[in-house]
Design a protein around this ligand. Structure first.
Ligand code: SF4
Ligand code: SF4
Length: 565
């Protein structure tokens, strides 16, 4: 079947600068002095470290366990010793740091035991788990875990598989070289992806400015017959996932929706290559192809271990004098690296040395003249100048209303803007602010729910305590009431038992109390000591006198008081 091509709106045609880095075959970068492997290298959660400082690791050994099913595992790129598990700065526009495993290579490149799998005999679920545990993520730059993209969506099945070999961004050639040199391995990976997805149709989209890659892929797919290699017009951003799906199938994927919901899914050629290595060679994702280009002496493509410090890698290309910054990615969607001692990650498709002669400094920003050039260039059919105004005014509600989250940050609008407005920077600022606000709102909602829950718990505990006390009091009252009843009122089986010891003790107690009362009464009534005869006569006289006074006082006390006049 010959694929019908559809057009996407907008786009631009910047100078491609592909030839500079396609003159030499892919070379293997040497082992660096140390590797810094970030544990977070994909969308989803952060893998948990499985190693500690001082531990020996083998090449391909798992050093980060995927968090649930939402991220992909991380592996040691070579054999050696773990020097540290600590936070290091990531090569990311945010400049944030994350937990990394620092490995000192032993130079032996000793692999774990690799277990190839015959994919045809495996279920899609088992293969998805294998991809997750092999650390397979999208190598086009988005690094979305591939096992998640292969889950059937609302459409129930992925009927069309798109393989992205477009590589539309200027200067980057890693996919081009991979297709030229390793087309057979890519096609084997495509077969595995197709088996997992049960796809009826496979389309490989390659920009028509890569004739050698197209020829190599046509040759590699000649035997398979039903994989269509489709040259697509070279127009940036034809390699954007949504744009390529649109060009090859006519399907529009709206913002926030996934291709699987429409029965279509897209994978980069580099991802297909790594899928083949993971399944059929038993090798997890520990390296990728990186383009080194721009203002360098020896531009080219290198197979690089994940975690290699960029400054060590750059020595292979030898940056020329005049280089004023390094960009990770291409000039349209990449970002300037804050430092070069950061590691290569699974997202790093290109390191571009920039100089004022290659990338003349942009002139100062001038006011928007509402020329509409940005709107005509926007492949997402947005109104970039309106988004600019709303982002600049921090009117985030309006920016959202005008579809800012549909913006793929391709940079076409800024590329054509005659006023030199850094439009994408404004959109990134607005999106980041909105996400931060959403996070804050989610955090305060969670705090409120916790507070209400605690209040409810305290109320419940209070009520339970009151009920327990009431029950205890009632039981005590009942016990007291029961103790005053005659023995006959007691249940039959209790009456039949021998008399309990407690009533006997009570009787003894009663006798003691009665004796004490009697003594007190006798004392009160002045009962005389029985025998005073053995006292001295003076003492006896004194006692008798005291006694006579007591009797007199008692007599007076017995006399009723006189009625008041
Ligand atoms: S291209 Fe620039 S000047 Fe023209 S409308 Fe867009 S933002 Fe304004
Ligand atoms: S960066 Fe966003 S607004 Fe600008 S052209 Fe690309 S998609 Fe449109």
């Amino acid at each position: 079947m010959i694929a019908t091509l559809f057009k996407f709106k907008g786009g631009v045609k910047p100078a491609s600068h592909k030839d500079e880095s396609t003159q030499a075959p892919i070379a293997r970068a040497p082992l660096p002095s140390r590797l810094v492997v970030p544990l977070r290298q994909s969308a989803g959660g952060t893998p948990q470290p499985l190693v500690a400082a001082g531990q020996k690791v083998l090449k391909g050994e798992r050093i980060g366990a995927p968090e649930g099913n939402f991220s992909a595992a991380i592996h040691a790129p070579t054999s050696g010793s773990v020097l540290a598990v600590e936070h290091r700065t990531l090569p990311h526009p945010s400049g944030l740091s994350a937990l990394c495993v620092v490995i000192e290579p032993d130079g032996e490149e000793r692999w774990i035991e690799r277990t190839p799998v015959s994919y045809a005999a495996e279920s899609p679920d088992a293969l998805r788990d294998l991809l997750r545990d092999s650390g397979i993520v999208g190598l086009g730059g988005a690094t979305f875990p591939s096992h998640l993209k292969l889950k059937p969506g609302a459409a129930g099945r992925i009927s069309t598989l798109i393989i992205n070999g477009a590589e539309c961004e200027p200067w980057i050639t890693c996919d081009d070289l991979l297709m030229r040199e390793r087309a057979g391995e890519i096609v084997r990976g495509i077969a595995i992806l197709r088996h997992i997805a049960s796809a009826d149709r496979v389309l490989v989209g390659i920009e028509d400015n890569k004739p050698q890659a197209i020829a190599a892929m046509l040759a590699a797919t000649a035997q398979s017959g039903d994989i269509e290699v489709v040259p697509v017009p070279a127009r940036y951003p034809a390699g954007g996932e949504k744009q390529l799906i649109r060009v090859l199938t006519g399907i529009e994927i709206p913002y926030g929706r996934f291709g699987t919901e429409f029965g279509v899914q897209c994978f980069n050629v580099g991802t297909a290559w790594s899928v083949h290595r993971a399944v059929e060679l038993g090798e997890p994702l520990v390296s990728r192809i990186v383009t080194l280009t721009g203002n360098v002496e020896r531009p080219g493509n290198f197979e690089v271990l994940i975690g290699t410090p960029i400054d060590e890698l750059l020595m292979l290309a030898a940056p020329k004098a005049g280089t004023d910054r390094f960009i990770m990615g291409g000039p349209m969607m990449g970002f300037t690296l804050a430092r070069t001692d950061l590691p290569v990650t699974k997202a790093a498709n290109c390191i571009l040395a920039a100089s004022p002669s290659l990338f003349p400094p942009q002139g100062p920003e001038m006011p928007c003249i509402r020329c509409g050039a940005c709107t005509r260039a926007c492949p997402a059919e947005l109104q970039p100048h309106e988004l600019y105004w709303f982002s600049r005014a921090k009117n985030f509600g309006k920016a959202q209303e005008y579809g800012i989250f549909d913006c793929i940050e391709c940079g076409c609008c800024a590329y054509v803007c005659p006023s030199n407005i850094r439009l994408v920077d404004y959109y990134r600022f607005a999106k980041t602010s909105m996400r931060a606000l959403e996070r804050e709102k989610a955090a305060s909602d969670a705090a409120r729910v916790r507070f209400e829950f605690r209040n409810q718990r305290e109320e419940r505990e209070k009520a339970e305590k009151t009920a327990r006390l009431a029950a205890k009091t009632a039981a005590a009252r009942q016990a007291i009431a029961g103790a005053g009843k005659p023995a006959a009122a007691a249940p039959a089986q209790v009456a039949a038992e021998p008399a309990p010891a407690l009533p006997q003790l009570d009787e003894a107690k009663k006798a003691l109390i009665a004796a004490a009362i009697e003594r007190a009464r006798a004392q009160k009534e002045g009962v005389q000591p029985k025998n005073i005869d053995n006292l001295t006569p003076e003492k006896q006289a004194e006692i008798r006198e005291i006694e006579a006074r007591r009797v007199k006082v008692r007599e007076i006390a017995k006399t009723p008081p006189e009625e008041p006049v």
